[in-house]
Design a protein around this ligand. Structure first.
Ligand SMILES: [Mn+2]
Length: 317
């Protein structure tokens, strides 16, 4: 693995054709926005390029690929965007594992699986893509602006999370000069919920449990509850426990099987979520992290509370 600069990445991409862009499994706004921004831009520059994803893309993201049909070619250059680990390619790993030519990513935890890596720890991968497109002198039109804005706004929680920087706002402002409709995107990404999702949200909130004098809140989602909604909408449950006044750490337990859980952790400014998850073999960011656990729910909650208590003894950072 070679670390490369944005200038080097731009030069390499300009010299390539028949490119396939891979996104991570359970695709979100950043991986899709980044991939389609590159795809639209390079097609406008006369190249053959497609996007591939292991999982189905949720309907609400369909505008990113609007008007785009798969082109017919044998890929000669494989690019992964927003993919921190080859494992996150899902089923695509079987085909492209070990042969990724370039990766563009913003996760400090990137495992270095690609031949060349352009890594910057900015709020969204789409921020790096924006810089790259400028270096390639690609035309930033309304469609490309929509894609990049989708990546930045979703990874920053609509410019609210602690990863948001002046640069995130600056890029969004430059994109707005193209005249794209950010209001429709904000509605789609942050406002509109399906009726099924609202019912799930009601049940989740009604069943919320509190520990440590209300400083910890826990939501449990059973398999049956999760089956009732589009899986991509589940990411909107994780921030809910942290919204409760007085809660410093919120857990969302997804009960994948009777005794197997996937846990999303969200913290306020005092606690480090990635450290809480590290004790369970997981990880992530300071305010948002995840891990998994095999055992009963009672065992899990007991261990999570212990991990929070330990983290509460650390100085605020
Ligand atoms: Mn991302």
């Amino acid at each position: 693995m070679n670390r490369i600069t944005a200038e080097e990445a731009a030069k390499i991409l300009l010299g390539q054709d028949d490119i396939l862009v891979l996104t991570h499994r359970s695709p979100d706004g950043d991986t899709l926005g980044s991939a389609y921004a590159v795809c639209h831009a390079l097609r406008r520059m006369g190249k053959r390029i497609n996007v591939a994803c292991a999982d189905e893309i949720a309907e609400k993201y369909s505008y990113l690929a609007a008007g785009m049909q798969d082109m017919d070619f044998e890929p000669r250059f494989i690019l992964a965007v927003d993919v921190a680990d080859e494992k996150l390619l899902g089923n695509l790993r079987k085909i492209y594992g070990g042969s990724i030519d370039m990766c563009i990513d913003h996760h400090g935890s990137n495992t270095g699986y690609a031949d060349k890596l352009l890594l910057k720890e900015v709020a969204a991968c789409a921020e790096i893509i924006y810089e790259l497109l400028l270096l390639m002198k690609a035309p930033i039109d309304v469609k490309i602006a929509e894609c990049i804005y989708t990546g930045i706004s979703t990874d920053t929680g609509c410019f609210r999370y602690s990863n948001t920087t002046a640069q995130s706002h600056y890029i969004a402002a430059k994109l707005m000069e193209t005249g794209f409709n950010y209001f429709i995107i904000n509605r789609l990404m942050f406002e509109i919920k399906s009726k099924e999702f609202l019912q799930l949200e009601q049940k989740a909130i009604a069943g919320m449990e509190y520990y440590l004098d209300g400083r910890v809140a826990v939501i449990t989602l059973t398999k049956e509850m999760m089956d009732s909604v589009d899986p991509s909408s589940l990411e909107y449950i994780a921030p809910l426990p942290r919204q409760v006044e007085g809660v410093r750490c919120g857990f969302t337990l997804k009960q994948v099987e009777e005794n197997h859980f996937r846990i999303s952790v969200r913290t306020g400014h005092e606690l480090d979520a990635s450290k809480i998850c590290a004790g369970f073999g997981g990880g992530g960011h300071k305010r948002a992290a995840g891990c998994s656990f095999t055992g009963t729910k009672d065992e899990l909650i007991g261990r999570l509370i212990k991990a929070v208590e330990k983290e509460m003894q650390q100085p605020i950072g």
